[in-house]
Design a protein around this ligand. Sequence first.
Ligand SMILES: *[C@@H]1O[C@H](CO)[C@@H](O)[C@H](O)[C@H]1NC(C)=O
Ligand SMILES: *[C@@H]1O[C@H](CO)[C@@H](O)[C@H](O)[C@H]1NC(C)=O
Ligand SMILES: *[C@@H]1O[C@H](CO)[C@@H](O)[C@H](O)[C@H]1NC(C)=O
Ligand SMILES: *[C@@H]1O[C@H](CO)[C@@H](O)[C@H](O)[C@H]1NC(C)=O
Ligand SMILES: *[C@@H]1O[C@H](CO)[C@@H](O)[C@H](O)[C@H]1NC(C)=O
Ligand SMILES: *[C@@H]1O[C@H](CO)[C@@H](O)[C@H](O)[C@H]1NC(C)=O
Ligand SMILES: *[C@@H]1O[C@H](CO)[C@@H](O)[C@H](O)[C@H]1NC(C)=O
Ligand SMILES: *[C@@H]1O[C@H](CO)[C@@H](O)[C@H](O)[C@H]1NC(C)=O
Ligand SMILES: *[C@@H]1O[C@H](CO)[C@@H](O)[C@H](O)[C@H]1NC(C)=O
Ligand SMILES: *[C@@H]1O[C@H](CO)[C@@H](O)[C@H](O)[C@H]1NC(C)=O
Length: 595
Amino acid sequence: MVTQAHRPKISFNLKPLILLLCMGVAMNVKAAQRRLPVDEVKALKEIAAELGKKGWNFHVDPCSNDPSWETPTLKLGPKTYNNSILCNCTYPDGECHVVGLFLTGQDLSGVLPTSLVKLPHITKLELHRNYLTGTIPSAWTSLKLERLSTAVNKLSGRIPSYLGKITTLRFLSIENNRFSGTVPPELGKLVNLENLILNANFLTGELPVNLTYLTNLTELDLSFNRLEGNVPKFDDSAKLQRLYLTSNLLNGTVPDWIKRRDNHYDLDLSYNNFLESSMSPTNCRDTLNVFESFSRRDSSAGQCSKNLPCSKDWNSVHINCGGNEFSIGNIKYEADLDASGAAKFNPTTENWGFSSTGNFWDANSSSNDYIANNASVLRMNSHELYTSARLSPLSLTYYARCLANGNYTITLHFAEIIIRGNRSFYSLGRRIFDVYIQDKLELKDFDIENTTGGVDKALVKKVKAVVSNKVLHIRFHWAGKGTTNAPTRGTYGPLISAISIENDNPPDNVKTTIFIVTGALVLALLLILGILWWKGCIGSRISREKDLRGLDLQTGFFTYRQIKAATNNFDASNKIGEGGFGSVYKVFKNLILHA
Ligand SMILES: *[C@@H]1O[C@H](CO)[C@@H](O)[C@H](O)[C@H]1NC(C)=O
Ligand SMILES: *[C@@H]1O[C@H](CO)[C@@H](O)[C@H](O)[C@H]1NC(C)=O
Ligand SMILES: *[C@@H]1O[C@H](CO)[C@@H](O)[C@H](O)[C@H]1NC(C)=O
Ligand SMILES: *[C@@H]1O[C@H](CO)[C@@H](O)[C@H](O)[C@H]1NC(C)=O
Ligand SMILES: *[C@@H]1O[C@H](CO)[C@@H](O)[C@H](O)[C@H]1NC(C)=O
Ligand SMILES: *[C@@H]1O[C@H](CO)[C@@H](O)[C@H](O)[C@H]1NC(C)=O
Ligand SMILES: *[C@@H]1O[C@H](CO)[C@@H](O)[C@H](O)[C@H]1NC(C)=O
Ligand SMILES: *[C@@H]1O[C@H](CO)[C@@H](O)[C@H](O)[C@H]1NC(C)=O
Ligand SMILES: *[C@@H]1O[C@H](CO)[C@@H](O)[C@H](O)[C@H]1NC(C)=O
Ligand SMILES: *[C@@H]1O[C@H](CO)[C@@H](O)[C@H](O)[C@H]1NC(C)=O
């Protein structure tokens, strides 16, 4: 039971039976009389109008546990849904009062209700995952709110400085909205605050020093904004345990108080512009994530070792990323069904494969996270290419090798199949990533939905590239932009549906030669194969290859030897830390390994 109408409890212990019965009846009558006063019922009507909330049944008392006022207990569907009112009916005035309101995941499309002030006893308000606009009303400063969440909505404007007057607040989350401007120093007056969560807005400027007065703060999340300058100096004794600063423009030194924290603290400084000289290898720790944290970005590759030998020069590769084999005309898109993982190198065939790095931030990764399937019916041509796609939380590199050198056209097929386009919080995610081909940035801050003007629409990008050493790299890279929590946690990062790689000038004679000499070739090949087999060459090579792939598929991760090679024997300079990630090493670029 979610709605808790706290009615007086009757103590039977030391009373004679008759007295007890009389009293029980009397108390029950009294309890049944306890209801929400008329003015609070009226306030709820006004609140419903402001929020755009429908479905409350005002013919019954809101504190009566009527289903319209509480989440059905066995509700199936997204866990994000909540529809509850919390009443306290033990006030000395003999009436019930609303002390909490939880309306989440409902796509309410109104505004934050000013009428909330007419519920003077309310302490908890959760309105996350709706479609609310506007800002936080100044009238709310008269309330004694302790918990306020308006995460994943469309609120905008500056963060109001008068929020600093609600000093009763212990939990404040406005993450994933459209707030802009600087973080107001007045928030430093919220001395009881334990969680301050402002991530994924459009906040700019320097962080106010007054935030360090929040001595009870245990979690501070400012990630995915455009904050710059220094991190304020928190006291060594501060309770701050989780500090998320990833993906900002912070450019000062890595503060000593951060370096002194031990492994009980989760500190994510990744994707910033900190001074590299302020961090030494001795400061590196598993729970201090400094991946891409510094202004001088060194994204150099891990050690590449020798490759499998090429059986021929290839002129094209077609991959149905995350999907089954599929043919369009005489072009066969190869299947790409490997479940992938947090650190996965998958040499699918002789001439192509992929490497994927990263755990989905702030979400428990499972192997389902790296392949997406369409949520709605897709109607574009060749929809088989788009019904599934490969995802990555950080970096995904497809490589082709054994290519004939020359000029190539790379065709990238995209469609946003996860974020939805309806008037719903499902539409509030922003997936933004970069695409590099042969290390050249070709698509920056690429947003599929924005480019196609909607979801479930196909987008084909053609890019030219030169292959000069038989190898082609296509890297999809999440540079910390967009949202990570909308519509649900872990929705972000590159998404790619299919890839074609084609030589602009395949040798003219390729096709005719194939037909004419097929017979002869087959014979010759059989002969050569026979001889080689007899000599045991291929036999042992194939089985060695099989062993390696078997190992990969079994573990779903790099083999120890692969990681060792890619990280230069776990060279500390290649270690990029943790913080929601597992141990992550810089291995994602130019990843062609061979144990
Ligand atoms: C609704 O939210 C309240 C407050 O967070 C929580 O106590 C309650 O369990 C939630 N109900 C459901 C069904 O999730
Ligand atoms: C309900 O209100 C009374 C009176 O203010 C208070 O003593 C009690 O702790 C409250 N109960 C809950 C569950 O908040
Ligand atoms: C910031 O803190 C100082 C005290 O160090 C105080 O004088 C000032 O008023 C605070 N600023 C705001 C905007 O609250
Ligand atoms: C901080 O937390 C402590 C212990 O949890 C509590 O006693 C105190 O009232 C809180 N508020 C401030 C301002 O320290
Ligand atoms: C950090 O950025 C700010 C604003 O962009 C600039 O004024 C300042 O000089 C930078 N500091 C360093 C150490 O680069
Ligand atoms: C991840 O899983 C752990 C243990 O199952 C759980 O305690 C934690 O809340 C989960 N975190 C998220 C973000 O789901
Ligand atoms: C995905 O798209 C295909 C092709 O349009 C369709 O048959 C299938 O039902 C879709 N899946 C879902 C879950 O809508
Ligand atoms: C590739 O294209 C460039 C012009 O972009 C041209 O100069 C060069 O000759 C081409 N190379 C081949 C092998 O076709
Ligand atoms: C939006 O799409 C989601 C996911 O398909 C669905 O659950 C939700 O009901 C839709 N909301 C509206 C308002 O259409
Ligand atoms: C794409 O983004 C730009 C800039 O943020 C915005 O003005 C435009 O409306 C967006 N277009 C679509 C189709 O979402």
